[in-house]
Ligand binder design. Structure first.
Ligand SMILES: Cc1cc2nc3c(=O)[nH]c(=O)nc-3n(C[C@H](O)[C@H](O)[C@H](O)COP(=O)(O)OP(=O)(O)OC[C@H]3O[C@@H](n4cnc5c(N)ncnc54)[C@H](O)[C@@H]3O)c2cc1C
Length: 315
């Protein structure tokens, strides 16, 4: 059976950066990655971002390019093994962790959860029926399909605004339909939205139903907009939050909070279970950005190094 000092669950930006750092600390590392909704098994959520302007050292780059750099950097260390396998179960046996995937079983002295999140799905009549027929969750992936079309984003977060900016590159009209008074996003994104003539915000409004024939044709709103409750659309993208992928950690006895985020010690990235660490979007870190996650991931790699060295863990 393959044995490792550290098993990293999740090959998003955080998992990859942690692997690089752990290898520099001479830890033998395995990283498991699979796609939870994003098109790619490796790279994670940042691959769904068209423009990244806030990752230090990269004035302006694409999420895809950035994740490729992180992947190549991790791969440049011989001590790093990357497996495109979905981890299905992890058990602690004495001081060793047994990591089970659909393709095999592996032993590790320590575990780092960098499993991230997946999109919360819309739940109105028509949302399931028209999924991939006009209802989508990854604007970067699908925006080119809506060239010169009319689309809407449901939500008011920074993700919603970056989706609107991506879609406005292709579509002729972009609505942001938001149930609250004003959208909550990075000031720079709000300014870009305001300057973009194609983008219009419909606030204090919810969608009640998605209608169409073979594809989406319109949505029903819970309030009239320009004297009608029906808005003609060709596409709808939801940015209504994320589900934290912490099931595996919970099953291992790791403490999580009410929303499902893994609770970590913010100085060491340790979790409530000895030998288990966590970093990135799946943790209870409030400001979820790649750079903040990478910071926690590198800290977790160092804490794992200390744990494996101090405890003289035998597997
Ligand atoms: C539209 C959008 C725009 C954004 N823009 C920016 C930005 O400009 N700058 C910025 O810093 N941040 C941005 N962010 C936030 C940033 O993308 C995230 O903070 C960061 O990518 C999180 O990385 P992560 O590695 O923690 O999680 P993820 O990237 O979600 O990676 C987790 C990985 O783990 C995998 N995984 C989960 N469970 C398992 C399992 N059981 N087995 C194997 N693999 C598993 C998942 O498939 C995924 O690939 C943006 C986010 C969105 C949605």
């Amino acid at each position: 059976m393959e044995k490792y000092d550290l098993a990293i669950i999740g090959a998003g930006g955080v998992g990859l950066a942690s692997a690089m750092y752990a290898a520099r600390l001479n830890l033998k590392v395995v990283v498991f990655g699979h796609s939870s909704g994003t098109e790619l098994p490796l790279g994670g959520t940042i691959t769904t971002t068209l423009v990244v302007e806030n990752y230090p050292g990269f004035k302006k780059t694409s999420g895809l390019f950035l994740s490729k750099q992180l992947l190549d950097h991790a791969r440049s260390y011989d001590l790093v093994t990357i497996k495109e396998e979905k981890v299905e179960d992890i058990k602690k046996n004495k001081s060793c962790f047994m990591v089970k995937t659909g393709k095999g079983e592996y032993q590790a002295k320590s575990v780092l959860f960098a499993t991230g999140t997946k999109w919360k799905k819309l739940d109105v009549p028509g949302s399931k029926e028209y999924e991939n027929k006009g209802v989508g969750y990854c604007a970067l992936c699908d925006a080119p399909l809506y060239k010169d079309k009319v689309v809407a984003i449901i939500g008011g977060s920074d993700t919603a605004t970056s989706y609107a900016l991506i879609l406005a590159e292709h579509a002729k009209k972009v609505y942001i339909i938001y149930r609250g008074e004003s959208i909550r996003a990075e000031p720079s994104n709000i300014n870009k939205i305001k300057l973009n003539k194609k983008i219009e915000i419909i606030n204090n409004t919810n969608i009640k139903e998605i209608k169409g024939d073979r594809f989406v044709k319109s949505v029903l709103l819970d309030k009239p907009y320009k004297n009608s409750n029906e808005l003609s659309l060709d596409g709808i993208f939801a940015a209504i939050g994320h589900i934290y992928l912490s099931e595996l950690a919970k099953n291992l006895g790791v403490e999580t909070n009410a929303s499902g985020e893994i609770i970590i010690d913010h100085k060491t990235s340790k979790t409530s279970v000895e030998g288990v660490f966590a970093a990135g979007d799946v943790t209870d870190k409030p400001f979820k950005q790649l750079i903040t996650g990478v910071g926690d991931g590198v800290t977790a790699a160092y804490s794992a190094y200390e744990y494996v060295s101090d405890k003289k863990v035998e597997c």
